[in-house]
Design a protein. Structure first.
Length: 249
């Protein structure tokens, strides 16, 4: 009976040793797998890609307003209606289409007589009427020219104040997609050049984030954290930036 108990005790000890060794090996393998996974996770490269393209604006917007001063509203409205017709004729004669021209409603304000102390009295001395006009045209050169020759309306007795022409790109959404794709491609090429110089290889792209989108004058070096949309220059340059992260094999 004693020998049988000793054999059983021996078997239990051996079984315990086997279990202990197995646990150690399993722990080692699991730890190794975790470390390998963490290393793999840490083997990533973040790069910034960029792309630029020169473009010419295909949409011009010109704004102006004119005003009339009159003793009564009836004559004031008659004068500002005549001014509107003169402005419209001027715009059409300079290559603008009627559907490209937009007139705002007429605004009118009473003008009060002044007191001896310089303050306004309650007595109306006349009226001031004004109207805005906006032209939005694909004929960029013609819109530019009319803004430079708007002073000729003075000959028609129109008191017009003109703003500078604003230049826009009508297909900007399409260009954004194109430029961001080019910037992403540039980011991948930069990452590839950096990694291959050390014997590594670029894997999948983990993430990509659009950076600041800049539309500046053609020869400008302006940069802003909030982005720029230059409307004063007809010839522009689009700059797109993408921040991307790639795995390293």
């Amino acid at each position: 009976m004693k020998d049988i108990r000793e054999i059983k005790d021996y078997q239990i000890v051996v079984l315990g040793l086997i279990i202990a060794v197995g646990a150690i090996i399993s722990t080692f393998l699991f730890s190794h797998a975790v470390v390998s996974y963490q290393k793999l996770q840490n083997q990533a490269l973040s790069v910034t890609g960029s792309a630029s393209q020169e473009i010419t604006s295909d949409l011009a917007v010109w704004k102006a307003y004119y005003e009339v001063r009159s003793k009564d509203l009836k004559s004031g409205y008659a004068k500002i209606t005549a001014d509107k017709n003169n402005v419209k004729s001027f715009l059409i004669s300079n290559g603008m289409k009627e559907e490209d021209i937009n007139f705002s409603p007429v605004s009118s304000y009473p003008v009060y007589k002044k007191l001896g102390n310089g303050y306004d009295s309650n007595e109306i001395d006349g009226y001031r009427l004004s109207q805005n006009v906006e032209v939005s045209s694909k004929n960029v050169d013609a819109a530019t020219k009319l803004s430079q020759e708007a002073f000729k309306l003075i000959e028609k007795n129109v008191e017009l104040s003109s703003n500078t022409v604003e230049y826009y790109v009508s297909n900007l959404d399409e260009l954004k997609i194109k430029m961001l794709a080019a910037a992403t491609k540039d980011a991948k090429q930069r990452a590839k050049s950096m990694v291959e110089s050390t014997g590594g290889h670029i894997g999948a792209m983990n993430s990509a984030k659009m950076g600041v989108f800049q539309i500046v004058a053609k020869d400008s070096t302006d940069v802003s954290d909030y982005g720029i949309y230059n409307t004063s220059a007809k010839d522009k340059k689009i700059n797109a930036v993408v921040n991307a992260t790639f795995t390293i094999k």
